[in-house]
Write a protein that binds this ligand. Sequence first.
Ligand code: PMP
Length: 405
Amino acid sequence: RFAATPRGPEDAILGITVAYNNDTNPKKINLGVGAYRDDAGLPVVLEAVRQAEHNVLQRGLDMEYLPVAGSHTFVQRAIWLAYGDRIIHERHNRFAALQTLSGTGACRMAGELLTRFLDYGQRTTKPLVLLPNPSWANHKPIFTDAGCDVASYAYYNPATRALDIDACLSSLHDAPNGSVVLLHACAHNPTGVDPTPEQWAAISNVVMDKGHLPLFDMAYQGFTSGDMDVDAASVRLFADDGHRILLAQSFSKNFGLYGQRVGCLSVMTDSQNEADAINSQLKIIARPMYSNPPIAGVRLVEEILNCDQLQRLWRDEMKGMARRIMSMRSMLRDELVQLGSQHNWDHIVHQHGMFCFSGLTEHQVQQLRERFSVYLTANGRISMAGVTSENVPYLANAIHEVTRN
Ligand code: PMP
């Protein structure tokens, strides 16, 4: 019955790891996948997570099902991490939220909710979700598969390797009223380019004027500045400006819980009634898809956030990850300068978070791979987490060699 199934293409990012694993060059470097690595290039389990794991094990808990919406405690702690004490205190009964299969699942649930209930009873077309150009490669399929129309708004300017704020504001202005605008809360993937506070304020204004609905994807809270609260400033600004907000949170990176699939979708609504109705529908959407979310990862997050000592340790470790990436940015730029590169590499240090949008062309990326066994995505995105003090001279030299005129 499936004999005619056509073979589909490999996922571009995951395919890089496959090619990297097959490479026998001992100097090979994987800068493809966005997962944190320590200075020895190894995956990291945070000490706070290890201690939480120990505490949870000691308690000998059962492994019963969570409710459809997941752990209520976890969900409350998740939205508190994003919005902070004051906003949660002011509006605690206006949030609808559920635990999701990490950030991907949170985005997908957002898409499903939009398709079914955005402007319920009044809409005749699919909801339109606007993505920054460029955005995380999975956004488009997520929202398309959920039944939304997807278009893009101007964001990155390759010439300046920075945000094109004027083009961004005017394309948000020119978009149909009432669109859904996806915003990366911080540490934009793939560009590493975040708006300044003033630029965020301008974006908030145009989103408000046009009656757009902001949908924040927050997959890297902590990775821009090292501080969870500083990195949540964009979401909090929008809340203070009076927006209703959809927020997709991932705890893959900042807790290092990638494979545990820990995430949250929340909707800031106008009233408790609206929140209750949305909560009821989120459960109806989740139930036939996966029934209820996994329990192991959220227990670790709860354990950390419910204990002052573990929370302090985790925040310090989060800061440490962000700082290591920042220092790799400086080292890479400095090495390129020392090698006498004729190009300006300042954007490596000006961009934020896990990624550097290097400006390397597809051909140069291919050269890096073929001549130096350095693997990155074809769009020139470098996962800075894969850079270490040991491999940075080799990497800088490789980049220098492929960018000589
Ligand atoms: N959003 C963005 C922008 C991402 O980069 C990622 C991870 N690559 C995610 C969401 C979701 O990741 P996860 O499902 O692992 O939480």
